[in-house]
Design a protein around this ligand. Structure first.
Ligand code: UDP
Length: 201
């Protein structure tokens, strides 16, 4: 599988179809511990050069995908052409379709109160067989040692979700997934930025 390194971050140079196929295969395989995926844009790469914990987190992320023209240009400066522009917003409806067809459930964590639920309802209408395992807003005390954080993790695990989408903005969502991945029992956790807002209307 082709990879490209920029700013010390290794990107998977995949198409959206390859990404979705990997999600399906991993969910069917049920990995021992949650696998983390991330999308990075130029802003994220920039933050990663300043923020050691975010950089370390990305270095331990299973798959990182390139989002946007800035990252495309960074790759071109190394004479590497990206196959596709990959981001959570484009992925979401396709992931929902794949999940509905293969009986995989999705949990939506993030956004203001009611936003994830509205996005879930929209996708549910579009794909009637879709199994949304649950929704939770992204405003809670997300520090690792807080009761609130533990309650959110327990709720996600009790939902038996296969795929967890975390929309709390980068790098917060990536750091949250990394800090809690030992405890999370879903197969895959993906940071998806502000996408629930986009699909809530
Ligand atoms: N958000 C959240 N919890 C927080 C901070 C932000 O759930 O503590 C949500 C916010 O409601 C918005 C998203 O995270 O839906 C951030 O979107 P943004 O477009 O800023 O993220 P990006 O796509 O740029 O990473």
């Amino acid at each position: 599988n082709p990879q490209i390194s920029v700013f010390g971050i290794t990107l998977d140079n995949w198409t959206m179809a390859q990404l979705l196929n990997e999600v399906l295969q991993q969910c069917q395989r049920k990995p021992q511990s949650m696998q983390q995926y991330a999308f990075v844009n130029a802003d994220c790469l920039n933050i990663s050069t300043q923020d050691e914990s975010y950089r370390q987190c990305l270095q331990q992320t299973k798959h990182i995908f390139a989002d946007g023209i800035g990252v495309r240009l960074a790759c071109l400066s190394k004479a590497k052409a990206l196959q596709d522009n990959l981001n959570g917003t484009d992925m979401f409806p396709r992931l929902c379709k794949l999940a509905a067809a293969n009986n995989l459930s999705i949990y939506l964590l993030g956004g203001r109160s009611g936003v994830a639920k509205a996005a879930a309802n929209n996708m549910q209408q579009r794909y009637p067989k879709l199994n949304i395992a649950g929704c939770h807003s992204g405003y809670f005390n997300s520090e690792s040692n807080s009761d609130d954080n533990q309650r959110v993790i327990d709720t996600i695990n009790q939902s038996n979700a296969d795929i967890l989408l975390v929309a709390m903005g980068a790098p917060k969502q990536e750091l949250w997934l990394a800090a809690n991945k030992q405890q999370l029992t879903c197969s895959i956790g993906i940071g998806v930025g502000g996408l629930f807002d986009f699909y809530a209307n």
